[in-house]
Design a protein around this ligand. Structure first.
Ligand code: CA
Length: 742
């Protein structure tokens, strides 16, 4: 009879009165509305089974909740928002849980970040005694909680959003989106015995967008760690929706044994579900919907006794380790943190539609020489509209039995048996195992795709001094400033914190000059498109390190876009170090796009994207595109792109240079380069002309980058130099059809 009393529900007034009047001694459960943190601290130590602590509506700033209590299965102890979604936790805040039969419900974490290593931790401290559970949360439920962009302002500071320890915890119907700093969004951690064989259930959560991090550490969900990967985790991950989880190559990194990953949807997410460590995991009934988006992947298989069945994979464009279905080679007698051999894998009854790559023997090299053994690839249906085989065999498949598979293409000689090739084969798109509406919470909006500049309103700006800055200051959202013919001078740097388009009347017609070290500085939340105008450096100061556009000197968590469309830049030569675009450390552009533009008489570099020199695998921009443009007398060349280190966790940077004329940039006899591609993962330089210019310098750092230089003309040899930073590494560089002409 003694249920939880809902003080906020008028209909229960009678029953409350009844209970309070007649059976108070039998009914210990109480509601504790609290209005501030000291009230919270007063009640939290006195909680009895069935009690609820209800956080008042409003902003709770700089609060570090420790919620430690002992509930019972019949009467859990609850920490909740009095009204779901109305208690906002902000500032430097976090929540630590310990005890048993706890429920946390309805909180929103936004506009802040955790001062510790986790926003929500299922323990208050690491136990020192195997039998002491006093600092660990077990039988605890986290539900209807939102964590939205609760990101450390330094993108390379590491934290988790949810650190799951203990046993039998349920994490359901939560909303996690826009983690922008380093560190796994949610991790199931096994570092003490209290947290192994945990039987956690992670279900019906919305894992919303996780932007490209530009470094390792951008995983969305990790279960286990390599060190304890041979321990059973017994975690179930089911009915979750992963949307645009693009942080790095691993979306879901499984690093423990006997987990069940079923009925999840991975929607347009770059990367793969990776069975990285641990044995005997089941991957069943999941849907991977790529819609052809770059680097969308499926399932990567490593280790023993993995079952992959009844999954639906569609429109996956990923390659290499990020392919649609990837069976890795292992390392013989592998150490626990390298690659264990695939053994006894069952890949059965999966449907793959327009999946561009299915790879066996991935990673085959001198170290990873152990091919999959005792494994079966049976009764799968594989359709590709191109009728080309998506199979890539990077090593022998003699340890894999193929039978009962259906395709609409010829799978190739090595795979002839076990495939039934029916030209007209089709499959109906299945019902997805879970929908976006079924996950997360109903009272907090989920991500909707929108074009960055699309909603910009237009404002006309007249020529003159600081008219652009003054117009920008009057704006309250994204806008397009429309400039006429004439001269615009900026006596101050224009500091942007929202998306802006500056569009002129044409090159030579709309002329911009500036008097400070930079014309535009980018801050968090900004984006810039310059269009149809001319910029000259003649009035810039004779200072060090000038640039037309710079990112912040402090870390920026939000990725930005930077576009120059039909822009002329001249006379950046007042000093020796004057770039067009300079991106600084801990800042990251999703796109840098230059088209129909002209650059001349510049002492620095057009695109200087090389500030991450620590060789930790960070870099400045994901996609760099230059086309239909001219570069002449630029001493630092067209671009320097630097991604150091040997980590293999990122897809970028990507570089595309097409139909660009590079003249005397820098001069051919200089000991320099026109383009530096250091550690660039994918590059194509094509249809361009290099006239009396220094070579393209390609420096490989990790295996398998795809760099091509093709269909160019050049007046001075060599066109390019290729160097391997890692000794003995096989180069995958390619060049073709380049023509020398004096
Ligand atoms: Ca990783």
């Amino acid at each position: 009879m003694c249920g939880v009393i809902d003080m906020t529900n008028k209909n229960s007034t009678f029953s409350i009165m009844f209970l309070l009047s007649f059976v108070p001694a039998l009914c210990a459960a109480k509601d504790y509305p609290v209005a501030n943190f000291s009230e919270y601290q007063q009640v939290v130590s006195e909680l009895e089974p069935g009690d609820r602590v209800l956080l008042n509506d409003g902003v709770w700033r700089d609060v570090e909740f420790v919620f430690s209590a002992q509930g019972t299965a019949a009467q859990p102890i609850t920490l909740a928002a009095a009204n779901p979604g109305k208690a906002i936790i902000s500032g430097r805040s976090n929540l630590k849980l310990a005890g048993e039969h706890l429920v946390v419900r309805g909180l929103v974490f936004k506009d802040g970040y955790t001062p510790s290593d986790a926003v929500i931790s299922f323990r208050t401290a690491k136990p020192t005694d195997d039998s002491d559970y006093s600092t660990i949360a077990v039988n605890t439920r986290l539900t209807e909680v939102v964590i939205d962009d609760f990101s450390n302002p330094d993108r390379y500071e590491t934290d988790y959003w949810v650190s799951v320890y203990g046993k039998n915890n349920r994490i359901d119907h939560n909303h996690f989106s826009f983690k922008r700093n380093k560190g796994v969004t949610m991790a199931v951690r096994l570092d003490t015995v209290h947290s192994r064989e945990n039987k956690h259930v992670i279900e019906y959560n919305y894992f919303g967008p996780r932007p490209v991090l530009g470094s390792n550490g951008g995983e969305t969900l990790r279960v286990g760690t390599s060190h304890y990967s041979l321990s059973d985790s017994l975690t179930t991950v089911a009915h979750n929706y992963f949307e645009h989880c693009d942080g790095e190559v691993e979306i879901l990194s499984n690093k423990s044994s006997k987990n069940v990953i079923k009925n999840n949807v991975f929607f347009e997410s770059r990367g793969t579900l990776t069975l990285r460590h641990g044995n005997g995991n089941l991957v069943e009934g999941n849907a991977f919907i790529g819609n052809g988006v770059d680097h969308t992947g499926g399932i990567r298989v490593i280790n023993a006794d993995q079952i992959i069945r009844n999954n639906y994979l569609s429109g996956l464009a990923g390659s290499r380790f990020g392919g649609g279905l990837v069976v890795m080679n292992g390392v013989p007698n592998s150490s626990i943190n390298r690659y264990h051999q695939v053994d006894n894998a069952l890949i059965e009854n999966n449907t793959l539609v327009n999946v561009d790559r299915i790879i066996f023997g991935a990673g085959s090299d001198e170290e990873r020489s152990a091919i999959a053994s005792n494994s079966r690839f049976i009764n799968n249906t594989i359709i590709h509209d191109s009728k080309d085989s998506p199979f890539e065999l990077h090593d022998s498949v003699e340890g894999v039995e193929f039978s009962g598979n259906k395709t609409n293409f010829a799978p190739g000689e090595q795979l002839g048996k076990g495939f039934d090739n029916v030209d007209s084969l089709t499959v109906a798109a299945p019902k997805l195992p879970v929908t976006k509406a079924q996950v997360g919470v109903s009272w907090y909006p989920k991500y909707e795709k929108s074009a960055l500049f699309e909603t910009a309103k237009s404002v006309v700006v007249k020529p003159g001094e600081d008219t652009i800055l003054n117009a920008y200051k009057a704006l309250d959202g994204a806008a397009e400033l429309v400039l006429g013919e004439g001269d615009y001078h900026s006596s101050k740097t224009i500091i942007l914190n929202k998306p802006l388009i500056i569009r002129g009347a044409g090159q030579g017609k709309t002329r911009l000059t500036f008097a400070r070290k930079s014309l535009i500085d980018l801050r968090n939340g900004s984006a810039i498109r310059l269009q149809n105008l001319s910029i000259s450096g003649v009035r810039a100061p004779d200072d060090k390190a000038n640039a037309v556009i710079r990112s912040d000197s402090k870390p920026m968590t939000k990725n930005f876009e930077l576009e120059l469309l039909g822009v002329e830049v001249t006379d950046l030569n007042i000093n020796k170090d004057f770039d067009v675009i300079k991106l600084r450390q801990s800042t990251f552009a999703d796109n840098v796009i230059v088209t129909d533009s002209n650059f001349s008489n510049i002492t620095g570099t057009v695109l200087k994207l090389d500030s991450e020199r620590d060789d930790y695998g960070m870099y400045n921009a994901e996609y760099i595109t230059v086309k239909d443009s001219n570069v002449s007398n630029v001493n630092g060349g067209l671009m320097t792109v630097y991604r150091g280190g040997t980590d293999e966790s990122t897809f970028g940077p990507h570089v595309s240079v097409d139909n660009v004329t590079v003249t005397n940039s820098p001069a051919a006899d200089a000991n320099a380069h026109s383009i530096l591609l250091h550690g660039v993962q994918r590059a194509l330089v094509s249809n361009s002309h290099f006239d009396n210019s220094a070579p393209i310098l390609v420096q490989h750092t990790v295996g398998g980058p795809v760099v091509r230089i093709s269909d160019n003309t050049y007046s001075h040899k060599p066109l390019y130099q290729v160097q391997s930073v890692v000794p003995g590494m096989e180069s995958t560089f390619a060049s073709e059809n380049n023509k020398f002409s004096e």
